[in-house]
Design a protein around this ligand. Structure first.
Ligand SMILES: [Zn+2]
Ligand SMILES: [Zn+2]
Length: 353
């Protein structure tokens, strides 16, 4: 089958013929119908995250935002059969550790991120295997479109958990979103759907325009102002209630914290680059005196999908609105490379394999 394979970190992916996955007893094989292209793929391709023991080797198949159809079923799998339509959350849990038993695969003690570990080859391929498939696969409602659901395994659900669970967002809250890539745009759409007032911050007007279409009440182009946090404090009359770093560089993280008013909540969604290697200076005294919370947020507990699907069925949330261009596997190497310059708008989705 065809797959996009890392040759060398930072060098173009190559489309190769690789063997079709054989399901282990706990696994299913899913034929990929759609798979989002995410900044996490770009990070892994660059060779980032070795500082948290999470780098991928050369020869890796990336791709962690898939939706597809179950094709092969391991002998121990009980709840899935060939033909089932599924989305696969990127944080594949073991299903047995204390966190998984609470439905929190995102905190699993032996988490294997799909496509982001040499032990878990990803979905930029005609098919891929899913460990502990009964636990990890999320069945899609019949009516939803695969392409529109491609963000459900990563960015859309990540933004939902960040806002609804970690920040405990309330209607009327001001929410500053720093970085309007796929997860940032998802956060803006979700924030407005939940009755909050999103402010979009980016340095590219194309992304800010998309953010406005998705419900941003205000936009701040960080390249046009002296200080994005000061601008946000002016717009909100004292500071945002919730602020998200949806990118993961020192500047957006610090800007996010500095955008908050007293008792505000910062949510860190982006993981850092080779520049920061996970270390960022923060204004700790101000955070202490103003009782500012700093939340980490990673993926979403699987038990939260039910609520997410309800909101999608009601039309409150429309994940398809965040989707950008669709492309073929052959176009993927170029699209990934274009992320060096943050050029992609919305979530690009591979739909032809
Ligand atoms: Zn992702
Ligand atoms: Zn676990």
């Amino acid at each position: 089958m065809r797959a996009a394979v890392i040759q060398e970190h930072g060098e173009p992916l190559e489309i190769e013929d690789v063997s079709y996955p054989e399901p282990a007893p706990d696994q299913v094989v899913v034929e990929t119908e759609a798979c989002g292209v995410c900044r996490s793929d770009w990070h892994a391709w660059q060779g980032d995250w070795s500082w948290i023991g999470a780098g991928v080797p050369e020869g890796q198949i990336l791709g962690h935002e898939p939706a597809g159809i179950v094709s092969e079923v391991g002998e121990d799998v009980e709840t899935l059969e060939a033909g089932d339509r599924v989305a696969v959350p990127f944080h594949l849990g073991d299903g047995t550790c204390p966190h998984c038993r609470e439905g929190r695969a995102n905190n699993c003690e032996t988490v294997l991120p799909l496509g982001l570990s040499e032990y878990s080859q990803g979905a930029f391929a005609e098919a891929f295997a899913v460990r502990e498939a009964d636990f990890n696969c999320v069945k899609l409602p019949e009516e939803v479109d695969f392409t529109e659901m491609a963000g459900l395994g990563c960015r859309f659900m990540t933004a939902y958990h960040a806002l609804a669970d970690r920040a405990d967002l309330r209607p009327g809250d001001w929410v500053a979103v720093h970085g309007c890539g796929g997860v940032g745009l998802s956060a803006i759409h979700i924030a407005q759907a939940l009755g909050a007032h999103p402010i979009a911050v980016d340095v590219l007007d194309s992304k800010l325009e998309r953010a406005e279409e998705l419900g941003a009440i205000e936009t701040v182009n960080g390249a046009d102002v002296d200080s994005a946090p000061q601008e946000i404090k002016k717009l909100t009359g004292g500071g945002a209630d919730v602020s998200i770093d949806a990118l993961g560089i020192a500047e957006t993280c610090q800007n996010s914290v500095n955008s908050l008013g007293t008792r505000g909540s910062h949510v860190q969604v982006g993981l850092t680059t080779g520049e920061e290697q996970g270390q960022i200076d923060l204004p700790v005294d101000v955070m202490t005196m103003q009782e500012i919370d700093f939340h980490g947020s990673f993926g979403m507990p699987l038990v939260r999908y039910e609520e997410l699907f309800r909101l999608i069925a009601k039309g409150t949330l429309e994940p398809g609105k965040i989707i950008g261009e669709t492309l073929s596997l052959d176009e993927l190497p170029e699209t990934l490379a274009s992320m060096d310059d943050y050029e992609t708008v919305g979530i690009p989705v591979v739909t032809e394999f």
